[in-house]
Design a protein around this ligand. Structure first.
Ligand code: GAR
Length: 223
């Protein structure tokens, strides 16, 4: 645990929020070094907001549509995060492109989850592209966010085997269960103050990351 108590986290999302749920569940465990101070969505109908309300977590909606440009939309997000005392941002299916200014304000304090073993398969349709390439191992990554798409120091990755006959939906579901393992794991490391960045490599307890869960590892206990 860092000095000064639990790390205050803001989660940004646009959709169903199963990764948010994994973070909520992890934060509920005794001794977990982070707490979710705010869940923010650009979409009022995002089911992730309902998950947050059920857990008693403050929510806010910042609809991007009335804003004339991205910086003014992001200033409103920053205001909400600051009001909630947020120290670390977790992107969890937030479907807006962020400007370099916003990303740099949260340098090494903003995490993202992406459904591939980065640097492979940045962008969209990761599962279909992995299947088309015939890879045997696919997976997911938590990383610090940089301005370039799906770029930044890698914190944790989990592998998933590709099975004969998989379609993108089947593979996505298998990957998602592992997303729910590594996001809490990465947030735990962050909250415990065990992450640093040297060059563009994430160090965990001073050793080069990422933490890599193999496809046949058991899930980490307690996230
Ligand atoms: C997750 O699969 C996450 O990896 C992906 O959006 C989904 C959100 O699901 N993110 C990206 O593709 C970012 N490039 P959730 O709302 O159930 O957590």
């Amino acid at each position: 645990m860092r000095n000064g108590g639990r790390l205050k986290v803001g989660v940004l999302l646009s959709g169903g929020g199963t990764n948010l749920q994994a973070l909520i569940d992890a934060c509920a465990a005794p001794g977990f070094p982070a707490e979710i101070a705010l869940v923010l969505s650009n979409k009022a109908e995002a089911y992730g907001l309902e998950r947050a309300r059920r857990a008693g977590i403050p929510t806010t909606v910042v609809d991007h549509r009335p804003f004339p440009d991205r910086p003014s939309f992001e200033r409103e997000i920053d205001r909400a995060l600051a009001d909630a005392g947020v120290e670390c941002v977790c992107l969890a299916g937030f479907l807006r492109v962020l400007t370099e200014g916003f990303v740099e304000r949260w340098h090494d304090r903003m995490l993202n989850i992406h459904p591939s073993l980065l640097p492979a398969y940045k962008g969209l349709e990761t599962h279909a592209r992995a299947l088309a390439d015939g890879v045997a191992i696919h997976g997911c990554t938590v990383h610090f966010v940089r301005p370039a798409l799906d770029d930044g120091p890698l914190i944790a990755q989990a592998e998933v085997p590709v099975h004969p006959g998989d379609d993108p939906a089947m593979l996505a579901a298998r990957v998602l269960t592992r997303e729910h393992e590594i996001y809490p794991l990465a947030l735990r490391l962050m909250g415990e103050g065990r992450l640093s960045v040297e060059g563009e490599t994430c160090l965990i307890d001073g050793h080069p990351g990422p933490m890599r869960l193999r496809w046949n590892d058991a899930p980490p206990i307690g996230g």
